[in-house]
Write a protein that binds this ligand. Sequence first.
Ligand code: FAD
Length: 399
Amino acid sequence: MTQVVIVGAGPTGTALALLLVQRGISVTLVEAAKDFYRVFRGEGLMPSGLDALEQMGLSSLLEQVPHRPLHAWEFIIDNKPLFRVAEPMGSHYPCTLVSQPPLLEALIAKAHLYPGFEFIQGISVKDLIWNGDRASGVKLADGREISAELVIGTDGRNSVVRQCAELELVKQPKSIEVLWFKLPAHPQFVAENVFWSILNRNQGFSIFHGAEIGKLHLAWVLSANDKTDWKNTDWAETFASLSPSWLAEHFRHCAETIEPPIRLSVVVGRCPSWHKPGVMLLGDAAHPMSPVRAQGINLALRDVIVAANHLVPLLKVGASNPAIDLALSQIQIEREEEIIRAQQLQLQEANQGEKLRKNAFARALVMYLAPLIRKRLQASWMKRQAELRQGITQVTLVV
Ligand SMILES: Cc1cc2nc3c(=O)[nH]c(=O)nc-3n(C[C@H](O)[C@H](O)[C@H](O)COP(=O)(O)OP(=O)(O)OC[C@H]3O[C@@H](n4cnc5c(N)ncnc54)[C@H](O)[C@@H]3O)c2cc1C
């Protein structure tokens, strides 16, 4: 019998599997997708996530996968620059775009070096197995059953483990959808990778160079009651009409090669309880994150460190079920403060952008006063970013 079955090989599941097998715990990791190249996986790693990878001894592995540091953040409002902030903003690392599929593959390859690791790919988990009121394994879609001392659900925002364990998810009320575009890079982004937030009239988008060479990523938010006929919109012209002239020219120049957008529903929320006897949720399964300021992967990696700190000493000595179940509640308690705060800060960021987008007078006033208040705006933005970049609590791998 494997000690731990982990459901879902995203950043949370793969990193946790690796930490556990490296410490002598046997792990079966189950991933529904046949490979890691699904339509969309986020790329932004903040200093807190890069620090988590360093603590896991994985910095050199990061060097082997496509990645690209961000050089600055710049805000353009109604075609005029509001302010720019250069990375790394006092942090040890700059925010870095990392291609997730090769990173996940590298983590799996590393886990395979340890005898206690099994990876089942291309088959989804359908249900949990219960022994009385304690989860004791999972049922796969092909009928196989895997027994384990502990089930960990790292199967993302639509978690099946969460549903099967009847753990409630309380969602943030305002849901959004994001259209995610890819397009050829403009040389300016190659020389200097700036994350531009562009707001013009009552519309806006963010654009930056992703980890993949020569590709820009563009995120366009559709709010809940947005009636945009996005399939029939002339996007190149829409983006161009909102952009400074050098970028507008680029959109028009590469109009034919802008890839059709991927439509992503954003679920944000938190489970009041992340666990039941024998089963725990981590990462997006426990607290699906908004894409604002790239938090989800970073927080997931920090969940993994805290989970390993609590679980490894117990699993190594074959601790009792009650001791393991107590550790599950301690993991949630230790992580919750940071998750709650990060979700609040993400919401504040989104609301601030939304207020400016909807209020032409506020935009005009900010831009009129910009020469006087630019430095203050910049300083207050940087202050708000500090927690989102560095994390809120101290997270140190001790096992
Ligand atoms: C538009 C958008 C952009 C984002 N950009 C960023 C960013 O730049 N930086 C950042 O830090 N965060 C970003 N996020 C958030 C980030 O993507 C998530 O927080 C992060 O992926 C969570 O990792 P995870 O491992 O918990 O879950 P996931 O990455 O969702 O991985 C879950 C895995 O479980 C598998 N799975 C699902 N169901 C089953 C099942 N039944 N059986 C077996 N396997 C299953 C899935 O195939 C998947 O591989 C973004 C989110 C959105 C919506």
